[in-house]
Design a protein around this ligand. Structure first.
Ligand SMILES: Cc1cc2nc3c(=O)[nH]c(=O)nc-3n(C[C@H](O)[C@H](O)[C@H](O)COP(=O)(O)O)c2cc1C
Ligand code: SF4
Ligand code: SF4
Length: 272
């Protein structure tokens, strides 16, 4: 049940909802009606496009949505956020408030997904004690592989070998960069676009995190660890039928950047 409701006192019969619906299942018979509820992809475009907030769907009250007119961010500040975001490799040990993490995840779950599947699972380490024990488990697995000469040849083995050495000799955490929190995205293997969905969700999380003063690092090293210590997937509680997306460590930065970097120009291939 999608609960499509039209407030006939508000509806001006403009037809925007009929034109906009990507599934083509709204028809104007006087007032809008749904022709095929099963085909609804639950995108809420009908609720969002209605100029008079006449549509409710999936139990959502349109008056509780934020009006877009006058509320979009200033583009120049958005550019500063994009160019000023840096990979954070130094963190304070402090836990972030649980509510702030929840807020960031609730925003990240607004990221687009293929066919609006919305199947991304956000596996998060909120608790510092859990993060510390996860670090111990990661290092135990890596140390065992190293001691048994089972780290792979090439750059993965070199990076992870260095990480074990830094941990053992200096107590330095290169895998998570000392971050107090970890986020791993995954999505059901049979979703239309599981890999893309998980990466877009993390990218969205990252930008909003930095806007709120939370630092992040895409954690490729932890992904390498998972490939060698696959029991960590079930340890994290990620369902076996999920495709792993990526990992991101995060927390309060212990470094201050003072200016944007200056990449570019973009490599562009103009089709003629
Ligand atoms: C897919 C991916 C994996 C990454 N893995 C790591 C990592 O394991 N450890 C790390 O310190 N940085 C990692 N990074 C951060 C990159 O090194 C960083 O984005 C790049 O050097 C540019 O710096 P910036 O993010 O500050 O612009 C990763 C970045 C991406 C996109
Ligand atoms: S939620 Fe999307 S697919 Fe469903 S009726 Fe509204 S616009 Fe159409
Ligand atoms: S978009 Fe809103 S006002 Fe226009 S026809 Fe649909 S319900 Fe009515």
């Amino acid at each position: 049940m999608i609960g499509f409701r039209v407030d006939e006192e508000r509806c001006i019969q403009c037809g925007e909802c009929e034109i906009e619906c990507p599934a083509g299942i709204i028809t104007l018979e006087g007032f809008p009606k749904i022709t095929d509820e099963e085909s609804c992809i639950r995108c809420q475009h009908c609720l969002a496009v209605c100029p008079t907030a006449a549509i409710s769907i999936l139990g959502k009250n349109p008056d509780e949505s934020v009006a877009l007119d006058g509320n979009m961010p200033d583009p120049a500040r958005l550019v500063t956020l994009i160019k000023g975001r840096r990979t954070i490799r130094r963190y304070t040990p402090d836990e972030l408030p649980s509510e702030l993490i929840d807020e960031l995840l609730d925003i990240a779950c607004h990221a687009p997904t293929g066919v609006n599947d919305r199947g991304v699972l956000f596996t998060v380490v909120k608790d510092l004690a859990v993060m510390n024990s996860l670090k111990q488990e990661v290092m135990a697995c890596l140390t065992q592989l190293k001691d048994q000469g089972q780290l792979p040849e090439g750059f993965i083995g070199q990076y992870l070998g260095r990480a074990v050495k830094a941990w053992q000799e200096e107590g330095k955490d290169i895998i998570f960069r000392g971050a107090p929190h970890l986020l791993v995205t995954s999505a059901p293997k049979d979703a239309p676009c599981p890999v893309q969905d998980t990466h877009i969700a993390l990218t969205t999380f990252q930008l909003m995190a930095h806007a709120r003063g939370v630092g992040t690092v895409w954690d490729g090293l932890f992904m390498m660890v998972i490939s060698l210590c696959p029991h960590l997937v079930s340890r994290l509680g990620i369902p076996a039928n999920h495709t792993l997306g990526y990992a991101m460590a995060f927390g309060t930065p212990a470094v201050v950047f003072h200016r944007t970097v200056q990449h570019g120009p973009a490599q562009v291939n103009v089709v003629k």
